[in-house]
Design a protein around this ligand. Structure first.
Ligand code: FEO
Length: 174
């Protein structure tokens, strides 16, 4: 059993809500892409939605291991309207930056409380966020190179599909 302060419990519960929001956000994006016939992007976001759910469940597991019953949060509705695929990935980048900030704030709290278990547990999230941001940055760079509109959407979708396969291969190798 691990001792988690009330402050830390509240902060982890808040992170459960953040990861749950991220999962639903990606699910919404997957079906926005489906509606636009962007199959590669849909696959990318469906996998991301699963990943974020796993991030959320890991937090449930950590709280439970610490003898605390996690609070299952209400999750706000994610955005539904986007101004094209570049806008989608820019919003995804913003979303991931927010999650990175919230993870770093959790680490700061764990450090200030000398909570070594939580610090160590959170390191996985710090690494994960760095990797996720790098993937989205790569996609935004490719979108910039390909450009927008007409046939470029077809090439962007193919590129995202390729990146998705690379991410899956890298995860399988871990
Ligand atoms: Fe788990 Fe990408 O936030």
């Amino acid at each position: 059993m691990i001792d988690l302060s009330q402050k830390m419990q509240d902060a982890i519960n808040e992170q459960i809500a953040n990861e749950g929001f991220a999962s639903n956000f990606y699910l919404a994006l997957a079906y926005w892409c489906d509606d636009q016939a962007l199959e590669g992007c849909k696959k990318f976001f469906m996998r991301q939605a699963e990943e974020e759910r796993m991030h959320m469940l890991k937090l449930y597991g950590y709280m439970s291991e610490s003898g605390i019953c996690p609070v299952t949060p209400a999750i706000p509705q994610p955005p539904a309207q986007f101004d094209g695929i570049k806008d989608v990935f820019e919003k995804v980048f913003e979303q991931e930056r927010k999650v990175t900030t919230s993870i770093h704030n959790l680490v700061k709290l764990a450090v200030s409380e000398n909570d070594y278990n939580t610090q160590q547990f959170l390191q996985w999230y710090v690494d994960e966020q760095r990797e996720e941001e790098a993937v989205i940055r790569t996609i935004l760079d490719r979108i910039k190179i390909i450009g927008e509109g007409g046939q470029s959407l077809y090439y962007i979708d193919k590129e995202v599909d390729k990146i998705n396969l690379e991410v899956m291969a890298a995860e399988a190798a871990e």
